[in-house]
Design a protein around this ligand. Structure first.
Ligand code: COA
Length: 192
């Protein structure tokens, strides 16, 4: 059964057919896709949604569809993923996010990511979770730091991008389970 997670403002759930159109819109937005090689066509976006949805089916978790709780609107995705590229720090589970612009600047990505991290550490009992992005993607790096993730010393070249590509150099952030547990127990009760 696909896992569903809730925070005060965010629901993380399995994808629905109705999510595909708003997902295609955000994947066609050059601002959302600024730090990716290209915007996606509708067909590419639908194929990506199919793939993400299919990965959630057998194990219950993945890049969940992120829904805005009060309005019920589809915002994008937030969740956990096992990268398929030959990354220098494999094996790993990454946390990732992509939201439509109307949902930026409200703390929604960080809020959703926290419940995904809680699932990763408390249910899946993962030893660590990584996040990585192009050096230019400062917004995404700010989310990583808000979550308490720490930047590893060594940046790396993403193997899916060719030599000389402006987005090839990536930074890597990591949060260990022990850091998560210490952070949760140190946090004031009303900040969960
Ligand atoms: C990366 C991305 C998810 C970040 O979204 P975000 O809204 O900036 O991130 P957060 O949810 O952490 O929100 C933080 C912002 O909300 C503000 N905020 C407003 N109300 C808030 C609240 N109640 N709680 C927390 N923050 C709040 C913060 O001050 C901060 O604003 P700032 O950007 O002006 O500093 C978003 O920019 C995105 O989808 N980008 C495109 C896809 C992408 O690059 N994905 C990552 C690939 S690795």
């Amino acid at each position: 059964m696909p896992v569903e997670l809730c925070s005060p403002r965010v629901v993380l759930r399995q994808w629905r057919d109705a999510d595909y159109e708003p997902f295609a819109q955000l994947n066609a937005d050059p601002h959302v896709m600024e730090h990716f090689p290209a915007v996606l066509s509708s067909a590419q976006s639908h194929a990506m949604a199919d793939k993400i949805r299919g990965l959630i089916e057998p194990r219950g978790w993945g890049f969940w569809a992120a829904e805005h709780k009060t309005s019920g609107r589809f915002m994008g995705f937030i969740g956990l993923h096992v990268p398929e590229d030959a990354l220098p720090f494999q094996p790993c589970v990454e946390i990732g996010w992509r939201l439509a612009r109307p949902f930026w600047g409200q703390g929604l990505a960080s809020e959703g990511a926290r419940i995904a991290l809680a699932y990763a550490f408390e249910v899946l009992q993962l030893p660590s979770v990584v996040a990585f992005t192009a050096l230019s993607n400062l917004r995404s790096q700010a989310v990583m730091r808000r979550l308490g993730m720490e930047r590893e010393v060594q940046d790396f070249d993403h193997p899916a991008l060719p030599d000389g590509h402006a987005l090839r150099r990536h930074c890597l952030y990591r949060l260990n389970r022990s850091q998560w547990v210490a952070g949760v127990s140190a946090a004031p009760a009303d900040s969960a």
